[in-house]
Design a binder for this molecule. Structure first.
Ligand SMILES: C[S@@+](CC[C@H](N)C(=O)[O-])C[C@H]1O[C@@H](n2cnc3c(N)ncnc32)[C@H](O)[C@@H]1O
Length: 379
């Protein structure tokens, strides 16, 4: 169809420019709307990602809290004089006595054993004659050595205990059979191991013998010969030549997973050093002395605690340790402790030996300790 200018379908030039402007404006508006929409989608995606991240963090925190709930924050320490070995009639019986102490402590989940010298060699003066470490000193070291030997998982003993006369009969002693003494194919979240002297690729961790068929590659490079606690990675790849794991503190299995993970052994040169060299920075917040002259354990209510210490005497009781300790100005041992307890009221023998008192006392104290730790102490 012809228009008034004779042109076919032609529009005036001004109108065409106007149309183009309208198209351009519309195009710009559409782009703007699209960009806005796109930005909104991007923001929504970002918010969704953030929400997912927060949810994952929350879940991880809940898992960690649940693990902490499984954990045991409190510890139990026991102190006793090494001189008790001197009451044994033969070298074999000396070892057996040490074995009894180790087993009693493992049975009652003792975390630390302190062997103190009740004859107090920690004299601050240099006056007088030095008589050498002698038999008494040796009893402390021997007791500590046998306790350490029995605590060490069997598969690691060769690495940490060279032949020594103190351990002559230790191989015959009853094993502790505690949770960290794993059989080869036993499944466990944690294992004790020794770092091997094997080259590793740069950026990779050391190899550790954890007493399993496969070695474990840990997350760090550590010095060969070091004893480590390893948390094994799950799920494991059955095809892999090695297992993967991370090194954790030896406290981790107890504090996080509530497992009994053996005891540490500490030597103290006198009774006062049992307290003053406490490895916990807060110190022991509950101390119990044991004696037939103490008050009955039956009526006691123990307060909530973080680190408890139960102290035993030797042949002459705790008085012997107090008398010779140059750092103590008291004569009555009961004043050193929060509680001074008779754990076997109405005993039928004139004396209860230290190794017997250990089993009796830990057994009598157990329900009181359980009650006390029901309300955890903040610190
Ligand atoms: C052979 S006893 C010491 C006896 C010593 N005649 C005395 O008077 O204490 C060795 C240790 O076993 C513990 N013991 C013995 N009888 C006890 C009892 N009835 N209650 C709590 N602990 C006891 C104490 O730690 C004591 O120091």
């Amino acid at each position: 169809m012809a228009d008034s200018d004779g042109g076919v379908g032609k529009r005036p030039r001004g109108a065409q420019v106007e149309d183009r402007k309208v198209d351009w404006r519309r195009w710009k508006q559409e782009r703007k709307a699209e960009t806005k929409k796109w930005k909104e989608i991007k923001l929504l995606k970002k918010l969704e990602k953030q929400r997912m991240r927060e949810q994952a963090e929350q879940e991880a925190q809940t898992q960690e809290e649940q693990k902490e709930e499984r954990g045991r924050p409190h510890t139990l320490s026991v102190a006793l004089p090494g001189s008790i070995l001197n009451n044994a009639q033969s070298p074999a019986l000396r070892s057996y006595l040490a074995g009894q102490i180790a087993r009693a402590c493992a049975i009652f989940c003792v975390d630390e054993i302190v062997v103190f010298d009740e004859h107090g060699e920690d004299v601050k003066s240099v006056e007088g004659d030095f008589e050498g470490i002698g038999k008494k000193g040796k009893a402390c070291v021997q007791l500590a050595r046998i306790l350490q030997y029995l605590e060490c998982p069997q598969y690691l003993r060769k690495s940490f205990f060279p032949k020594h006369e103190d351990l002559q009969f230790a191989g015959l002693l009853n094993p502790l059979d505690s949770p960290h003494h794993m059989r080869m194919d036993e499944d466990s979240e944690y294992r004790e191991g020794v770092v091997l002297d094997r080259p590793t690729k740069p950026g990779r961790g050391s190899f550790v013998n954890c007493g399993m068929r496969k070695e474990v590659q840990i997350d760090k490079q550590l010095n060969p010969g070091l004893r480590v606690t390893v948390r094994l990675k799950e799920p494991q790849n059955p095809e892999a030549k090695v297992r993967k794991g991370t090194v954790v503190s030896s406290q981790h299995p107890r504090a996080v997973s509530g497992l009994y993970w053996g005891y540490s052994v500490r030597l103290a040169s006198c009774l006062s050093a049992v307290f003053s060299e406490c490895p916990f920075k807060e110190g022991y917040d509950l101390s119990i002395g044991t004696s037939e002259r103490g008050s009955s354990v039956d009526q006691v209510t123990l307060p909530s605690f973080r680190h408890a210490l139960v102290v035993f005497g030797g042949l002459e009781g705790l008085e012997a340790g107090v008398d010779v300790d140059p750092n103590l100005e008291v004569t009555d041992p009961s004043v050193l402790f929060d509680f001074y307890l008779n754990t076997c009221p109405s005993q039928g023998s004139r004396t209860i030996r230290t190794e017997e008192a250990l089993l009796i006392s830990l057994s009598a104290l157990r329900p009181h300790i359980e009650e006390a730790v029901k309300t955890p102490k903040d610190s």
